[in-house]
Design a protein around this ligand. Structure first.
Ligand SMILES: [Zn+2]
Length: 211
């Protein structure tokens, strides 16, 4: 993986900007030692890897914030491609008329499942993932319109989440029959280049109620 190498070549100040994202003061934050977290990928095959995360200290509030590589989703132990891969499997089950989320779990081969019980993909987890993805797509819709032709996508709270997920990913050209992991990476890259935000999930510095 190029994660580690690319992390050290990133110009973080250019990325974050001169203002501290926590206190909004100029020249406040300072880079501190990276921390490591693990990330699970499922395609192709199960892989658990340690990934370095760049960390910064707001000197005013003495609190830290971090920047995740775009392959990761804040607060998720699975990579974006693991999550999307499972959801694409779930989507085909839904399109075949299955109800519920268990199909997505069964669609994973046994070799892709982990024996590690706390990291197991369950129907409940798949439902959570689907909702996080749909929420991210709705939040990013206005910006995504500059990158993709979203004219046939209607956003409404009453949409069926699988349908909405399916409509977006069809526009992105991400489906199991294509080289979807590359297209997914292009999507994440284009979005974060344009907005400097994560498409999916919310990093700690933007969460309210931070200690
Ligand atoms: Zn600060």
């Amino acid at each position: 993986m190029g994660i580690q190498r690319s992390l050290f070549s990133i110009d973080f100040v250019a990325y974050i900007g001169p203002k501290c994202p926590i206190c909004h003061g100029l020249h406040c934050y300072q880079r501190i030692e990276d921390y490591w977290r693990y990330a699970i990928d499922l395609f192709p095959g199960f892989r658990k890897e340690d990934v370095p995360i760049a960390r910064f200290l707001c000197q005013t509030h003495k609190s830290t914030f971090s920047l995740l590589p775009i392959q990761l989703i804040p607060y998720f132990q699975y990579t974006v491609s693991a999550v999307i891969g499972v959801l694409l499997g779930g989507l085909s089950c839904w399109q075949m008329g299955q109800v519920g989320f268990y199909g997505a779990v069964v669609a994973l081969d046994s070799s892709e499942k982990t024996e590690n019980s706390d990291a197991k993909v369950t129907g409940w987890l798949v439902l959570c993932w689907l909702m996080v993805m749909v929420r991210g797509l709705r939040r990013g819709h206005a910006e995504l319109m500059f990158l993709y032709d979203l004219s046939r996508i209607q956003t409404s709270e009453t949409n069926v989440p699988w349908q909405e997920f399916s409509d977006y990913f069809e526009v992105f050209g991400v489906d199991p029959e294509t080289k979807w992991r590359i297209r997914l990476h292009i999507l994440l890259y284009r979005y974060s280049q344009r907005t400097w935000l994560f498409l999916f999930g919310t990093p700690s510095q933007y969460r309210s109620g931070r200690a």
